[in-house]
Write a protein that binds this ligand. Structure first.
Ligand SMILES: Cc1cc2nc3c(=O)[nH]c(=O)nc-3n(C[C@H](O)[C@H](O)[C@H](O)COP(=O)(O)O)c2cc1C
Length: 156
């Protein structure tokens, strides 16, 4: 059992938060990838320190993210994320108590990179066919988890 899972089993304070937002990272695809890499590196360091796990997805139009962990750690992290000018119009889909994590072993999984590439290079500016506003938090979380598992299997 991982350290996170061990702590969760005794705390009774596990929360999951799901949101999506508008991507405001501008520029060439290469610069954009560099920015995303930076966000992921910072996220992984900070999240591991406070016991937050989750997944981040992005395309040319939007970000979607799941954060899970102790309630205060998730809230503090989300407050910081909301201030970030690299995205905007943050829409909260879920913030709820959960029994266990879905992303136990990922301090921040990065998923859907191949779709992100398609969106970046395929001139699908703004609206993709993937309409996040019509998804529930549970559904979006399940989609990100499925992608994380697929990408882990592909990388193995
Ligand atoms: C879409 C998006 C997702 C982010 N996710 C996280 C995250 O999971 N954890 C985190 O610490 N910072 C995340 N950030 C970065 C924060 O907004 C902020 O820049 C960072 O936490 C500052 O950390 P520092 O003070 O260690 O530099 C995210 C930013 C964006 C735009």
């Amino acid at each position: 059992m991982s350290q996170n899972a061990r702590n969760d089993a005794t705390s009774g304070n596990l929360r999951r938060l799901v949101y999506y937002s508008r991507n405001r990272v501008a520029g060439e695809p290469a610069a954009m990838h560099e920015t995303i890499r930076g966000i992921l590196a910072t996220s992984r360091t900070n999240n591991a320190r406070v016991g937050v796990t989750g997944a981040l997805m992005f395309n040319a139009g939007c970000f979607a993210q799941v954060l899970e962990g102790p309630g205060e750690a998730v809230e503090t992290t989300f407050e910081r994320i909301q201030q970030d000018e690299r995205h905007g119009e943050v829409s909260l889909l879920a913030f709820e108590a959960v029994e266990e994590r879905l992303f136990t072993d990922w301090s921040m999984a990065f998923v859907g990179a191949s779709q992100a590439d398609a969106a970046l290079y395929g001139d699908m500016a703004g609206e993709s066919g993937f309409d996040l506003s019509r998804m529930t938090g549970d559904r979006l979380c399940a989609v990100l988890h499925g992608l994380a598992l697929e990408e882990e299997a592909a990388a193995a």
